[in-house]
Ligand binder design. Structure first.
Ligand code: ADP
Ligand code: MG
Length: 242
């Protein structure tokens, strides 16, 4: 029964394990993860550094290969896919936002946002990228290089880039981790707005409890185990008031 594909799930994970070989021997990072995330849902992942959050995201995004278990991304089982097929699936369905922004240094804001659309063969990539940058409030920064932008502005470029190809799932790995709290919450507002508009599924890794509470669900990663966090679950209204 456990490998039944749940058709309305953006992400379904069964018995996921990930081990790596280190100088000290085998390190098991993920110890049997089960997870079901519906399309359009927003899910926060909390938990201490080193507990396996980023490793899980890499697996869910088909960037890395599990040791055992199965992942379905938008109904597609990942384990039978070769690298080329995984790359195609990623291009079609997945976007990432990182703590360190990860923009291409040598490209302007506009070129950074255009890049995934161009790679996906979108014909009006430039117009779409321009519209996305306007959407995130950066119409006056189109030709700026990343080093000419503030941290908050760089993350807004990253958000525009993440949404341009209308991903099924957006993985945000500590997206406000390098920003002060005012800018962090501005970035979060934008992320949640676009998430709701586009019905994108959002998987958000954060240490910010307030941010986590704005997601529909909160999960906690603890030493390779993932648990639903009922203690931190609070209605959205509560989090917004605080
Ligand atoms: P988190 O994102 O929760 O901080 P990570 O997923 O980055 O945690 O890492 C979990 C643990 O696995 C850490 O102890 C990290 O050092 C270790 N780890 C992750 N990837 C590798 C790897 N390729 N080789 C060895 N250890 C790794
Ligand atoms: Mg991490």
């Amino acid at each position: 029964m456990s490998n039944v594909i749940l058709k309305n799930s953006a992400i379904n994970v069964v018995n996921l394990e990930k081990s790596v070989t280190t100088q000290e021997g085998t390190l098991t990072i993920l110890k049997g993860i089960n997870l079901d995330v519906k399309q359009g849902e927003s899910v926060a992942i909390l938990g201490p550094s080193g507990s396996g959050k980023s490793t899980l995201l890499g697996l869910l995004a088909a960037l890395d290969t599990p040791t055992s278990g199965e992942i379905w991304l938008d109904g597609v089982a990942l384990s039978p896919l070769n690298e080329e097929q995984k790359a195609a699936l990623r291009k079609q369905k997945v976007s990432f936002i990182f703590q360190s922004f990860m923009l291409v240094d040598t490209l302007t804001a506009l070129e950074n946002v255009m890049l995934p659309a161009e790679l996906a063969g979108v014909s009006n990539a430039k117009e779409k990228a321009q519209a996305m940058l306007v959407r995130v409030g950066l119409s006056h920064r189109l030709t700026h290089l990343p080093k000419q932008l503030s941290g908050g502005e760089q993350q807004r470029v990253a958000i525009a880039r993440a949404f341009i190809c209308e991903p099924t799932v957006l993985f945000a790995d500590e997206p406000t981790g390098n920003l002060d709290s005012v800018n962090g919450h501005k970035i979060a507002d934008m992320l949640f707005e676009l998430n709701q508009e586009s019905h994108t599924t959002l998987i958000l890794v954060t240490h910010d409890l307030l941010l986590a509470k704005r997601c529909e669900r909160q999960l906690v990663m603890d030493n390779g185990h993932l648990q639903e966090d009922t203690a931190h679950t609070a209605p959205l209204a509560d989090a917004k008031e605080a």
